[in-house]
Design a protein around this ligand. Structure first.
Ligand code: ADP
Ligand code: MG
Length: 397
């Protein structure tokens, strides 16, 4: 990475404006999953230990420019205070005189959390108001740190536009780690390099497939997206979830895969089917899906083939569950693949909200090398795209 990171600057006596991803789930004003808050702690400790202070900004939910009390970051500041074991200040806006006063009085070693940046429409606006808003935010720091990987694909005021007014702009440890795995480790992957793609829609992942076809040795397809691809080949998919308006696109992908001399793309050869998507529904394993049945998981022969290929891999990237993992017994294919990844000692990288939830559900989170904290951002990196939150940072050297 040729961008400056928190390692390249001194925080002593400095006030750091830090964009974090505190977009956490809340229930009745209490944080129900603090993973994202904990993910920001290494960067925060680093700043404070060097004798700096930190002004934190984040979005939460989609309040769309209104002051929605349910999207307030106040409970998040309280949760952060428990995690760092000391008081954390909070101010009920992110721009204006009230904030200026608090920021002015912030001392070395102290943390101030600003209210949700999306209470202001300008945060996400596509016109000049976004730039103006970014300028006001930039006042709160001597330098800028971006550690919000989950938002790094957004060209928003607090993510990327603020860097026009505040330099140096450096990456935090979390952002650095995500880039290390999702970009560097995949660009210079140890081979064989195997990617597993599944999930709901082929349309969500077309660009990921196209990019991975140029990078990996083997691409294993599962999930509902397999049925759009199989149908475009003229195979019978019964009542499986198919995107009928994407069949042409699916054919194009198959042609790309066929023509790729580099990559072998595999589709499932057998399926777990049922008449209805219901917990404990009567299932069958079939190769050809009958008209009244839907494919809800990859079958045992497919699992065996995929597991063998995963076993021989040196690098594995996984995005998207193999079946309806939320509803047993359709979780078995996803579990088998997760277990196979956990059993190897290759570099394993998992991205995508539901894939990460699946790994957690199976209790295998600790057995993989890197779990990405950002769904959308990790997908855009797997598509080979640049992230505004990264490109806007200060170059090294
Ligand atoms: P991720 O969040 O990991 O990127 P997606 O959002 O693309 O994954 O897809 C996850 C969803 O796909 C899950 O809700 C899962 O139930 C669904 N899914 C997987 N396989 C099937 C299938 N065969 N039929 C219907 N839905 C499926
Ligand atoms: Mg998802």
């Amino acid at each position: 990475m040729n961008k400056m990171t928190v390692r390249d600057v001194s925080f002593a006596g400095k006030r750091a404006l830090v964009r974090v991803d505190f977009n956490v789930p809340l229930k009745a004003g209490v944080v129900t999953d603090d993973t994202r808050i904990r993910a920001a702690l290494p960067t925060l400790s680093h700043i404070l230990e060097q004798g700096g202070s930190a002004v934190l900004m984040s979005h939460l939910g989609r309040p769309d420019g209104t002051r929605d009390p349910e999207a307030s970051l106040k409970p998040v500041a309280e949760c952060l205070s428990k995690l760092v074991g000391k008081p954390v200040q909070f101010v009920d806006d992110c721009i204006g005189d009230g904030v200026r006063e608090k920021v002015k009085n912030l001392k070395a070693g102290e943390i101030l959390v600003l209210e949700n940046v999306r209470f202001h429409k300008a945060e996400t606006a596509k016109d000049d108001s976004c730039r103006e808003f970014a300028k006001q935010l930039a006042e709160w720091g001597d330098l800028f740190v971006n550690d919000a990987f989950g938002s790094a694909h957004r060209p928003h005021a607090s993510v990327s536009r603020v860097t026009e007014f505040l330099q140096p702009a450096v990456a935090g440890f979390l952002l650095e780690k995500e880039i290390e795995y999702l970009v560097n480790k995949t660009a210079h992957a140890e081979r064989p390099f195997v990617a597993i793609l599944g999930g709901a829609k082929v349309s969500d992942k077309i660009k990921v497939i196209q990019n991975l076809l140029t990078k990996v040795d083997v691409l294993l397809i599962g999930g509902a997206m397999a049925y759009t691809l199989l149908k475009s080949k003229g195979l019978k998919v019964g009542s499986s979830r198919v995107e009928d308006d994407k069949l042409d696109l699916a054919s194009d992908i198959l042609i790309d895969a066929e023509e790729s001399r580099k990559c072998q793309m595999l589709l499932p050869c057998d399926h777990v089917v049922a008449e209805k998507l219901e917990a404990g529904a009567a299932t069958q394993v079939v190769k050809d899906i009958p008209d009244n049945m839907m494919g809800l998981d990859i079958g045992p022969e497919t699992r065996k083939t995929y597991k063998d290929l995963i076993q021989s891999a040196k690098t594995v990237v996984w995005n998207g569950p193999m079946g309806v993992f939320e509803i047993p017994p359709f979780d078995e294919g996803t579990r088998d693949i997760a277990q196979a990844i956990a059993n190897t000692d290759c570099v394993s990288i998992i991205g995508g909200g539901d894939s990460v939830a699946a790994i957690a559900k199976f209790g295998l989170t600790d057995k993989v090398t890197h779990i990405s904290t950002g769904g959308g951002a990790s997908l855009e990196l797997l598509e080979g795209r640049d992230l505004p939150g990264l490109t806007s940072l200060t170059d090294k050297g």
